[in-house]
Structure formats: C-alpha cells, structure tokens
Design a protein around this ligand. Structure first.
Ligand code: ADP
Ligand code: MG
Length: 243
C-alpha cells in the first residue's frame, strides 16, 4: 500500500485538521494539533506534544472499542499525530455518557461533582459552535432530522458499549471514567464511531485521590496540564502493552 499523500485541508477545527488524500475519496488524514480550547474557544492554549498525546490515546482507545464490536473510522496511525481514517458524514449530534455527576450536569442542577448515578445517562447535544452546543431533546433530533430513530438507537447502544469497554479499561488503571463525549458518522446506511476519544472530551479521575487527569486541568487552571496528559498516555500505553 502506498503511503497516503496529504492534499487539501478541508476543515480546520479547534484541535484537529482534516486533510483529503490524493486519489482516495473514501479516506481522510486526521491531524492532531497542539491547540487546546475550552468554553467553546473562549479560552485558548497550547502545549508541545498535546496533539501527539491525544492522537496516541485516541488510537489506543478506539482500537479497544473496535475490538469490542463497535465499528469505527480509525484505520491506522500514519505518524505520531496523524491518523488514516474513513471519511464519514458526521452526525450533528454529540453523544455524552455520564457515570457520575460532573461538569454541566453539576452546574445546571447545583449539585456537587462526583456523586453517583444509578445507571449511565446518555445525553445528546447539537454540534454547533455558534449555538454553544445546546442540549437536545429526542423529539427535536427526530423533528429536525439531525438523526433518525434507528440511528439514535444504534448510537446509544454503541455509546454504552464504549462506556463499558473504556470504563473497564480505565478502572484497571485505577482511574474512574466520570463522563465522555463521542461523535458518530455515517458511511452509507451504517453508523461508525468517528472523531476521537481523548482526555479533551472525557473526565478521568484517579481513584482514591480524585485527581483530575483530563481537560479540566486546563479549563480550571489546575496546573501540570502537559505533565498530566503525558502521565495518562504512559499509563494507557503500559496497560495496552501488558494485554
Ligand atoms: P471541532 O472544532 O469542530 O470540534 P476538531 O478540531 O475536533 O473540530 O476537528 C475534527 C473535525 O472533524 C470535527 O468537526 C469532527 O466532527 C470531524 N471528523 C472527525 N472524524 C471525521 C471523519 N472520519 N470524517 C469526517 N469528519 C470527521
Ligand atoms: Mg472536536
């Protein structure tokens, strides 16, 4: 197989760039930048190796999920921060799974972070930077055609499988998966996991200490952001090598 050659950048987002590939309309190159943003890009930062760390963590977790039977866009790593992925039509509905109270759920209901939930919650948000990713009701998603009934069922099932597989994996590392966001895409009639699974879109707390190992370190100025991302990568890679 010849190495895919980057052609035009078709999209530059907050954390990644998508490149088309010469002569291959079915795949894209996903390039992980060193930029970090929070609060819908009202807060911006960047640190060296951030993109490398996120790409590696995402590739490792996406591969785990793929092995558990969830189809994904990931094909292979092309470099430390570039992935060959299948080109999808992104479903404009971000799927959030929560295992504990944190983030916007805590803020909106005036609750303390860390409280247990009796079962995982699956929530939907509209992927729209200009609208600040508002929460969606099921009937809005269906009425406005953001996703179909069967896509919602499929995305829910995949999201809960991802929660179980990634949650069990982090549990074995002494880390609690508090919540996470994923995006799905369409290829023909099927739904596949797209985008990334990274500490940018997840909450990961060290068991016992509740030390945060995710983007809340950046959002809330908790310090040691780059070091903590590196530590997380090392713990993930050590566990993957053992398995
Ligand atoms: P954003 O600022 O929109 O979150 P990112 O910096 O995360 O953007 O860049 C990645 C963009 O590419 C996202 O909008 C995501 O939905 C999209 N994307 C991710 N994977 C794929 C794929 N396989 N095919 C097409 N688009 C994708
Ligand atoms: Mg993104």
């Amino acid at each position: 197989m010849s190495e895919p050659t980057r052609s035009r950048a078709i999209y530059e987002g907050k954390a990644k760039i998508l490149y088309e590939i010469e002569g291959d309309p079915e795949h894209l190159i996903l390039y992980f930048k060193d930029d970090a943003t929070a609060f819908n890009a009202k807060k911006r930062g960047s640190w060296e190796r951030k993109g490398v760390v996120n790409s590696k963590i995402s590739a490792a977790l996406t591969t785990l999920v793929q092995k558990a039977g969830v189809p994904t866009h990931f094909v292979r790593n092309l470099s430390e921060r570039e992935q060959l992925v299948r080109r999808v039509e992104i479903v404009p509905v971000e799927v959030v799974v929560r295992n504990r109270i944190a983030g916007s759920l805590a803020r909106r209901l005036g609750m303390e972070e860390g409280g247990e939930l009796s079962h995982p919650f699956v929530e939907h948000y509209y992927k729209s930077d200009s609208l600040d990713d508002p929460m969606l009701l099921r009937q809005w998603i269906l009425e406005f055609g953001f996703a179909t009934e069967s896509e919602l069922v499929q995305m829910r099932e995949y999201a809960l499988t991802i929660n179980r597989v990634v949650g069990d994996f982090f549990d074995s590392l002494g880390i609690v998966l508090i919540d996470f966001k994923v995006e799905f895409g369409r290829i023909g009639d099927s739904i596949v996991l797209a985008d990334e699974i990274t500490p940018d879109g997840s909450r990961l707390w060290e068991k016992g200490t509740n030390r945060k190992l995710d983007k809340d370190r950046f959002r809330r100025d908790l310090g040691d952001v780059a070091e903590t991302y590196e530590e997380l990568l090392q713990r993930v890679e050590a566990a993957i090598q053992q398995s």
